[in-house]
Design a binder for this molecule. Structure first.
Ligand SMILES: *Cc1c(COP(=O)(O)O)cnc(C)c1O
Length: 511
């Protein structure tokens, strides 16, 4: 496949995408902008017609895999189809054109939706209060753990500085605990993939600040001792944090507050719509019980005398954690999604997600090794040991790359870390039986290829715009800077010093 030139390379002087109306009479720019802020030279922007720009971006988009183009069984990420009505709601001008500083009394529409979203999330989880501010799951974890810290300090127990985290947890859990100044105690999983209660007990003490638990865990298994886990942690004086990234498996069936948890985050971009394949904006609402309610970030969204309002009067709050009310467009999508399904519908979503995962697991268990064969929740783990003949170097990476040749996004691989050569598959509820059957066929085909033509599989992918990259090279010497390349390229059309955007040298760190 040929490379796509950049817009700067495609630029033709004088070509226009939009024609602006002529200006009548002279404009005195000095009236509008101080002299030192005015441009000395015109901006060097690419000059193209609308059609060229549209083609450029559509071509680029077609080089990516997306949920709109193919199956995307990326475990723990819940890459489901997102109903387009959710995008439509999120982009309604009444929401998008509301100035973020609008006084509460003129923002009643938006505030009412956010308030109702909080109520829905409370219903789904059983908690009594919420904040919608956090920008993603990891940010929600940070907020939750900051509240746990504030709680212990408030109660005169600043010495409680240990947080228990199972070894199957997402890396954001220990990272968050460490950022909050806690010491992480890793709890090994038992043979069944679940928290080993006996080992957990040995680590509970008057230093215990709490536990961070993902349920269903990242192996796709429901922690069967969950009531006992929360009881024991509370008995030791700790609090219980629930990582809700896998809510898609159990919503409508079980509530986290009923399991004994004090606080949780929800990844609305996983469970309740919002396409997030590119790491785009997310949202990580945090829900709490009465113990942690005083520490919620401010302002909270409340209703007083029939008016929705932002309450800043919260003396114990950990403070504001995000500008305005969080990523509103993502929250609106979540609201629309919940409205569309209703509580019974959400239950059906969980049920179908679990059914699809078990269907795939049962259909593939005779071909691929299944380290945890019990009934799974919304995702499950395979490994590549059956595909590796004694003299071949086939591994999970090779199989994942080969899937791309069949138009399938690889599952999450080499995670959780406790399973060597893991493939973590999450089909979600939105895939049809035909798609699941096609995937099963592809996996069986790849199995045959691994045994018959291992060299071909090891060289995959063969059909994608980018083939195998040198990953060590890419990580050590990332080439992220277009302008630096232009410097070295004599045919460059734009003098890097004249460019108006981007960073101009290799040393700058642009976010
Ligand atoms: C996705 C995920 C997170 C992090 O959430 P982000 O929204 O990506 O920040 C945390 N824990 C688990 C189990 C996850 O799957």
């Amino acid at each position: 496949m040929t490379t796509i030139p950049t817009l700067f390379e495609e630029s033709v002087p004088g070509r226009q995408g939009v024609t602006l109306p002529a200006v009548n009479g002279a404009v005195d720019l000095n009236q509008w902008l101080p002299k030192e802020l005015q441009r000395q030279k015109p901006a060097r922007l690419p000059e193209l017609s609308q059609l060229e720009i549209v083609r450029h971006y559509v071509k680029l988009s077609q080089r990516n895999h997306s949920i709109d183009t193919g199956f995307y069984p990326l475990g723990s990420c819940t890459m489901k189809y997102n109903p387009k009505i959710c995008d439509w709601v999120g982009q309604l001008p009444g929401f998008t054109q509301l100035h973020p500083e609008t006084p509460d009394q003129y923002a009643q529409g938006t505030l009412s939706i956010l308030y109702r979203l909080q109520e829905y999330l409370k219903d789904i989880t059983g908690f009594t209060a919420a904040t919608l501010q956090p920008a993603a799951g990891a940010h929600g974890e940070l907020v939750g753990m900051m509240m746990i810290k504030a709680y212990h300090q408030h109660h005169g127990h600043a010495e409680r500085n240990e947080v228990l985290i199972p070894d199957s947890a997402h890396g954001t859990n220990p990272a968050t605990a460490v950022m909050c100044g806690f010491k992480v105690i890793e709890i090994p999983s038992g043979k069944d993939g679940l928290v080993d209660l006996e080992i957990m007990k040995q680590h509970l003490s008057d230093k215990t600040a709490g536990i961070m638990l993902t349920n269903p865990n990242t192996l796709g298994l429901f922690e069967k001792d969950i009531l006992e886990i929360t009881r024991l942690v509370h008995e030791a004086g700790g609090l219980c944090y629930y990582d809700g990234a896998n809510l898609n498996a159990i919503m409508g069936y079980a509530r986290m507050a009923d399991m004994g948890f004090d606080v949780m985050h929800i990844n609305t971009h996983k469970t309740f719509a919002t396409p997030h394949g590119g790491g785009g904006p997310g949202s990580g609402p945090v829900l709490v019980n009465d113990k942690l309610e005083p520490f919620l970030p401010c302002p909270t969204i409340e209703m007083k005398a029939d008016q929705y309002c932002l309450n800043w009067d919260r003396p114990h709050s950990i403070g504001k954690v995000k500008l305005f009310n969080g990523n509103i467009e993502v929250l609106l999508r979540a609201y629309a999604y919940i409205e569309c399904f209703g509580m019974q519908g959400l239950k059906d979503v969980s049920e179908t997600a679990v059914l699809n995962a078990n269907y795939l697991k049962e259909s593939l268990k005779d071909t691929y090794a299944v380290p945890y064969p019990q009934t799974c929740m919304h995702e499950f783990i395979l490994t590549s040991q059956n595909q590796r003949a004694t003299d071949s170097h086939i591994n999970t990476m090779a199989i994942a790359k080969r899937m791309m040749d069949y138009g399938v996004h690889p599952p999450t691989v080499y995670f959780p870390l406790i399973v060597p050569e893991a493939m973590m598959i999450e089909p979600t509820e939105t895939e049809s039986k035909q798609t699941l059957d096609a995937f099963i066929g592809i996996m069986k085909q790849i199995h045959e290829e691994c045994l018959a033509q291992p060299e071909m599989v090891l060289a995959a992918p063969h059909t994608t715009p980018v083939k195998r990259v040198d990953e060590v090279q890419a990580a050590r010497f990332p080439d992220l800077n277009y302008y630096a390349n232009l410097d070295a390229n004599p045919t460059a059309k734009v003098d890097p010093k004249d460019a108006v955007t981007g960073c101009f040298d290799n040393k700058s760190t642009c976010g």
